[in-house]
Design a protein around this ligand. Structure first.
Ligand code: BG6
Length: 492
């Protein structure tokens, strides 16, 4: 195989809430991920207040909320980014924590300290030769917008969001040339609280379990409002900074949903998973259409979803410039078997044809061919530049006596996935603009909220119980990935 294209973007991706910490510093207020660990374990994170008839933040002081300090990136990013540059990254993805700019989300004036922080962050990236790839919201809706307004099911969020995005487009014009709107926005229905930023606050059925009580109607209202917001954001970005490009961001692992066998029910069922997991959101954002099969979904779920003619026109005329996505794993589909979901995607019956068993307790299947399949399906359907902005493997690792980790499985994982990306580009003609490895430095896991699930080329000394001296150490994969970039993918 030959090299990757000359302009190929090599780098890594993180998210503000999993990396920065400093959760209440310089004016920032809590966002949805800051309480998630509590909510998932009913411990409780947020609790219903019978007097105000609202949810409010309620933390258990005995519990460690790792995201609050994360890996202290807020204070250490300059040193960390130097290590990323040392690997030869020419691009780097992170997010802006919305709550640093508009702490509650509904203010009319931005928080200057937050803007200054990202000014310096993006300057540092540019100086080090890494193009900033910036997600506007990576599971980071300010908590106040959920407890006060019910989150994205409320159309008021569009107004607050637009104030935020216009502020950052204007402020960072020229510094940021690639923007992504909402991280894994199509995970709205499987993770309504974090990915959708939705909370049902009208007469909750189960006040102790806000996640369970979020109604389908609220989730579909959020779908409507997010699509309108996405189109308005694309429009604003193009008008404020015509030099920059803006993309949507999908969790695309569910594209690689394989029928368990040739039973036509399984083939149709697999298509249904692709539609309900990815296409239902990517079609409006990339093609400007609201898919027709949604009508029967809405009927079945007894919800009303209405787009006005004006909104349909807005969505049609403001499609994204590129489609970015995460790919971690594939799944099978067999009728009658329950589908399980988490941050990585959908899981059904084990695929007996997959060769690699990852040494990790989270049970995410490893399927490098799935990334080639995903690239092809997305390119055939959308004909847009594709950007892999997340792919990686989380492992349970500890330092050896030499203060390093021999992470051979991670090297193997990357090598096999990149081979498939290369085939998709060279043999299939897919326009893939880059590969950003997820979590090039250990950060807090989005799905489990723990440190134990490590993705990094760089280790960070922090543990699930909150201990650790936070020192950084290079793993074996650091040199491997550096070599891949040096040879522009010729030597994998
Ligand atoms: C993606 C998210 O779903 O997967 C990231 O965009 C997340 O935020 C990544 O960290 C890996 O998931 P996890 O649960 O292993 O952290």
């Amino acid at each position: 195989m030959s090299e990757f294209p000359k302009e190929f973007l090599w780098g890594g991706a993180i998210a503000a809430n999993q990396y920065e910490g400093a959760w209440l510093e310089d004016g920032k207020k809590p966002n949805v991920t800051d309480v998630l660990v509590g909510i998932l374990s009913k411990d409780p994170g947020i609790a219903w207040n019978e007097e105000t008839k609202k949810y409010e933040m309620k933390l258990n002081p005995e519990k460690v909320y790792l995201s609050h300090d994360a890996v202290d990136g807020y204070h250490r990013y300059k040193e960390d980014l130097k290590m990323m540059a040392e690997m030869g990254f020419n691009s780097f993805r992170t997010s802006i924590a919305w709550g640093r700019i508009f702490p509650n989300g509904d203010e009319t004036e931005p928080n200057e300290a937050g803007l200054r922080f990202y000014d310096e962050f993006f300057d540092t990236l540019n100086k080090l030769g890494m193009a900033p790839v910036i997600t506007l919201s990576h599971y980071e809706t300010p908590l106040h917008l959920l407890t006060e307004y019910g989150g994205w099911s409320n159309p008021k969020l569009i107004e607050f969001w637009m104030r935020y995005v216009k502020t950052v487009f204007e402020r960072f014009k020229g510094k940021v040339k690639i923007w992504l709107t909402f991280n894994e926005v199509n995970a709205l229905f499987r993770m309504p609280f974090v990915a959708g930023g939705v909370l049902t606050i009208k007469n909750p059925k189960d006040p102790d379990s806000p996640l369970a009580s979020t109604t389908k109607q609220d989730q579909w209202d959020a779908y409507h409002n997010l699509l309108v917001a996405n189109a308005l954001t694309v429009q604003a970005c193009h008008s404020i900074d015509p030099e920059s490009k803006i993309g949507c961001m999908m969790t695309a692992s569910a594209i690689a949903t394989y029928p368990y066998n040739c039973d036509p029910d399984n083939v149709l069922g697999a298509l249904d998973v692709q539609r309900k997991s990815v296409f239902y959101m990517a079609d409006p954002m990339c093609l400007g259409i609201i898919p027709s099969y949604l009508k029967s979904v809405w009927k079945e779920e007894k919800v009303t979803v209405h787009f006005t003619e004006e909104e349909r026109k807005l969505i049609r005329e403001n499609t994204v410039d590129l489609l970015s996505f995460s790919y971690y794993r594939s799944t099978t589909y067999e009728k009658g078997t329950n589908l399980k979901v988490d941050t990585g995607g959908v899981a059904c019956k084990e695929n007996p044809f997959l060769q690699d068993k990852a040494p990790q307790p989270w049970g995410w299947p490893v399927d490098p061919s799935g990334i080639r399949y995903t690239l092809n399906v997305l390119y055939d359907r959308y004909h847009l530049p594709l950007f892999i902005v997340e792919n990686g493997i989380g492992l349970d690792e500890s330092l050896n006596k030499e203060d390093t980790i021999e992470d051979d499985f991670r090297i193997h994982y990357i090598q096999k996935h990149l081979e498939n990306v290369q085939k998709a580009i060279e043999l299939d003609g897919v326009d893939c603009m880059g590969y950003l490895y997820w979590g090039p430095i250990d950060i807090v896991s989005a799905g489990t909220g723990e440190m134990k699930k490590r993705y990094g080329f760089v280790y960070v000394d922090r543990f699930n119980d909150g201990t650790g001296d936070l020192h950084r150490a290079k793993k074996k994969s650091f040199d491997y990935f550096k070599h891949v970039i040096e040879t522009n993918g010729k030597e994998l």
